[in-house]
Design a protein around this ligand. Structure first.
Ligand code: ADP
Ligand code: MG
Length: 256
């Protein structure tokens, strides 16, 4: 099965075209990395997949459902941002559970004073708490649920952002340079952890980075993007050994 089908995506901001004729199929359970220099259009493409940005041409399907015009919350995806985008005034517990509350509680149940007297509310909240706790423990942040983002290290914040995406149990994870704010040692450690997570969950990852070694060590396939175009989509070894374009060779630093 195909997890994502991207067909002839174009994106312009005013007179500036930033994505041109981007087509790509991503298989179920695949780890696909978009690799390219800063400004080439990686984040824009990921935001289009998430529904946070609307393309000016082309179409996106998630599974067998065309999602053009479908709001982000109604897509079976979860995104982890470079900045983590955590709510600073909320605890880790609340940051991780907020989207589950939106999904599992009815509009009435969400009302702060009235809602807690409605049948089923308490049980649902307890279940959400259990799910968040289980995920937090798996990520080694179970002891931090009462803290706020400002009281966490960069690595801990990064885990909270991943945990928040995980509890939604999406079919597809979208990650936009999730490790770029970490120091080198933690970055290498988190690579392995994210890869392990993806294999354990058996889910599809679309991972964005400008860091070649990250792309080469984590991915099933790498899609090299330059100036809004996908130049090559291949397994990592092939990108090095057999670049199909001079610009790809230059970017990855292989001899061709
Ligand atoms: P990357 O993630 O690869 O660094 P981006 O997708 O963020 O690249 O940006 C691609 C290009 O689109 C850049 O030239 C950027 O300036 C431009 N761009 C991104 N978002 C906007 C926007 N909202 N309005 C205008 N230009 C934008
Ligand atoms: Mg970017």
């Amino acid at each position: 099965m195909t997890a994502i089908t991207i067909e002839k995506i174009e994106k312009a901001f005013g007179a500036t075209t930033v994505l041109r004729d981007v087509s790509l199929q991503i298989a179920d359970g695949e780890f696909l990395t978009l690799l390219g220099p800063s400004g080439c259009g990686k984040s824009t493409l990921l935001r289009i997949l998430a529904g946070l940005e609307v393309q000016t041409g082309g179409s996106v399907a998630i599974g067998d459902r065309i999602v053009d015009g479908v709001r982000p919350k109604r897509r079976d995806v979860a995104m982890v941002f470079q900045s983590y985008a955590l709510y600073p005034h909320m605890t880790v517990q609340d940051n991780m559970s907020v989207s589950l509350r939106m999904r599992r509680l009815s509009a009435w149940q969400r009302l702060p004073l009235f809602g807690r007297f409605l049948p089923g509310t308490r049980a649902t909240l307890a279940n959400i708490e259990i799910d968040v706790m289980r995920t937090a423990k798996a990520l080694g942040i179970g002891h931090l649920l009462g803290r706020k983002p400002g009281q966490l290290s960069g690595g801990q914040r990064q885990r909270v952002a991943v945990g928040r995406a995980m509890v939604r149990e999406p079919a597809v994870f979208l990650m936009d340079e999730p490790l770029s704010n970490l120091d080198a040692k933690l970055r290498v450690q988190m690579r392995a952890e994210i890869k392990e997570l993806q294999q354990r969950l058996g889910v599809t990852f679309v991972y964005v980075t400008h860091d070649q070694s990250e792309a080469m060590t984590m991915s099933d396939r790498v899609a090299v993007m330059l100036d809004g175009k996908l130049l090559q989509i291949s397994p990592p070894q092939e990108i090095y050994a057999d670049p199909n374009d001079r610009r790809v060779a230059e970017f990855v630093g292989s001899p061709k």
